[in-house]
Each structure stands twice: as structure tokens, then as C-alpha cells.
Write a protein that binds this ligand. Sequence first.
Ligand code: AMP
Ligand code: GLY
Length: 434
Amino acid sequence: MHNVLLLGSGGREHALAWKLRQSKRLNKLCIAPGNPGTASLGENVDIAINDFETLKQLALDKKITMLVVGPEDPLVNGITDFFNNDPDLAHIAVIGPNKRGAQLEGSKDVAKAFMKRYGIPTARYQTFTAETINKGYAFLESLEPPYVLKADGLAAGKGVLIIDDISEAELQLHDMLNGKFGDAGKKVVIEEFLRGIELSVFILTDGESYKILPEAKDYKRIGDHDTGLNTGGMGAVSPVPFATAPFMQKVEERIIIPTIKGLQNENIMYCGFIFIGLMNVGGNPYVVEYNVRMGDPETEAVMPRLDGDLVDLFEGVSRHTLHEKTCKINDRTALTVVCASEGYPEAYRKGMDITGLDSVTDSLVFQSGTAMKDGQLVTAGGRVLAVTSLGHSIDEAQKTSYAGMKHIKYNGKYHRTDIGADLSRYTENSSAHD
Ligand code: AMP
Ligand code: GLY
């Protein structure tokens, strides 16, 4: 039996807590800091995710035996090393890579160099600093538009710019290298634009073997039909029709296996999730990015498709016996619609009363940007809730999610109305492959 401490406070963590709660191997569940959704599944403890010393005290007080890290920030800051290297904490199983492993997400330059070393398909690129800015301009001139500029470090999801005009791209390169994203932009990766359709692939690994979890498609733009600004993700669907067995075989052979072997070759003992953001370009997968955690809102669609015991899988990760475990996946379709605050991803209001959650009976509602104020659930973030439904088809799951969504009420409620529509129209030869 395990006492689990889960770090984070979003919809991803609510979905992970929901899945952990079902485990026969779970004794106690604490979430730091959690949200009103996770409060119904375990004990929320108001500690910041990067306050390692206070988390240590909590882990000792609550006799924690397993730490599950939701977001990337503490991983990049070295929480895994902090736990593993402290004699009082070293017995705790940590699900999440160490600092070196987390560089796959923490530095785009490190990730691109890693892919290059191991022949993993990705967009052609070069990295520049303030000293080499003129070479950066020349590299931009050598590429076709649109131009893809990426701040090297973590920039809260805002560090990737895709620009049509060359002089605008040059200006942005200049601004990035001159502090637009702070230290995250001290180096800038410029890469070729990949034309295709995106897929999120998730694996869980103990550093030697791995399990491929259900894949998902994320809907990143704020507006219907993929229009408007980029967001953290406005919806998700799993499974994804174009992730056919032959396509996934290419993903495994060309990306997953070389990634695991590469980590081993670099003596990185990677225990945790790897989220491979990839582009399907004409039927071939190319890595757009690695993340060292699960995706949000993808987790809210992936967890309901896992039939096995998550604590048991995590134990396989920490004991390096993952190869002995089975990862059972059900074949239903999960469709998640994110309900946001009007204005997101730009300025939005908070503190709006939320009602109607109890009337949603056929879907799961995962909370992300919510808070309790005087006993009332209120909005507290840009992405407020995620409504997930399971069905025998995309259409069925979509109908259920949108029917459930109607019950939820708050001022400034906004959601996309087309999650899954492109995929339900998808056929082998449709434009999804272009
Ligand atoms: P990232 O933070 O690396 O995931 O980038 C954010 C988003 O920008 C991705 O999800 C893609 O939609 C897009 N993107 C990033 N790199 C490329 C690329 N080389 N070609 C096309 N789109 C890209
Ligand atoms: N939904 C994309 C992410 O979690 O980064």
C-alpha cells in the first residue's frame, strides 16, 4: 500500500488523482497544492510545487512512499534529485525524471541536440545566442516561411513563435535574444516548419522498458476550426484515427526506442512519463517537442482509457520491473472539452460563481482553474474545467460532452464547439495526412 503525494493543481492533476483513487494499492493521497476537484479525492495541502523543503516536511509527516510530479517546473528544478539524494527521503518512489532527464523539456537546444545524436526525426534546426545573431538572420534567410522561433528554456507555453514575414521573424529573434522571455530566451532555436497534423504520444518508462499509453490529439487554438491564439489546449480526443497500427509502429521504431536507448547511453536513469509531441507529415512522424510530464488536457482523455492500476504501474517504474506489468487500455473513445474564461489566453476575469456541476451525470468533470470562496465554487483560471465523456465513437462521446457542458454555468463561460469534428470526418486518404 502506498501513501502518494501528487504535485500540481490543474485538470491533469485532478485526472491523475481520480485514477490514483481507484487503485487497490492506494492508502493515503495528498495533493499539493491541489484544487477543489482533487479535494474530494484526497487531502489538499497548501504547499507550492517548488518549495522542496516544506514538501520534504510534509512527506515525512504523512509517511509518503510515492511522489508523483504533475508539472514540469519542479522536475526541471531538480525535485527528483532532491528526494533521491536526501537520506530521509531516498526510500520514496519518485515518478518524474531527474534534472538531467528533465532537460528534454527544460532546454529546446538540449532536446534538439539529443534527437540529432540519436537520429530521431525532427525539423532541421540551428541554435543562436546574442553573439551569433547575424548567423541567425542568415539561417532565417535560408528557410522558407513560416519561420519557427523557440526560446530555449521554459517560457510558460509562450516561447514558440510561428511567423510568416521574414522581417518580423528577424525582429522577434532580436527581441528574444534581448530579453523578451528573460533567461529562457538567451538561446533561440530556429527550425523548419513542419506541415502536418499533430499527435500527443505518451509513454511511461522505468528507464529500461516502457509502456505506450493511449495517444491523444490536442486542440491548441482558442477558436473553432483552429483559429485564433494558441492556448494550453482546449480539448482532446483519444484514440486518434490517424494513429493507426502502422503509424504507431513507425513512432515506436523511429522515436520511442531511440529515445529510451539515447537516455540509457547518456546514463540518465529516466523514471516517469515522456510526452512526445509529434507531427504526422505525410504519414511519417517527426518530433516537435518532448515534455517530461503528461499533457493537459490530454491526461483528462487518457486516464479514463486506462483500465489497469496506476499505483501498480508506478511501482513497476520505481522498482524497474515495468516489463512485468501490463498496461490495460480500453477501446472506448474519450473526448474532452475544456471550458475556459472569456478572454483567455489573454486577460480574463476570475471569481465567477460556478453552478451546475452536479447536473452533469454522464461525463467526468475535471477541475483546473477553480477555487472555493465562502463555500462557493468560483472560477480562478483561464482554463476552468474539462468535461470528458466516453463513447463507442467520436460522435457519441462528443454529443455527451457537449450535453454535459450545457449544465455548467458561470459568467464568461467559453468553450470550443468543434472538438473532435475533424477526426470524426477523418478517413485514411483525407487531408488530415497533408
Ligand atoms: P512546442 O512548445 O514546441 O510544442 O510548440 C508549440 C506549438 O507550435 C506546437 O504544438 C506546434 O503546434 C507548433 N510548432 C512547434 N514547432 C513547429 C514546427 N517545427 N513546425 C510546425 N509547427 C510547430
Ligand atoms: N496540451 C499540451 C501540453 O500539456 O503541453
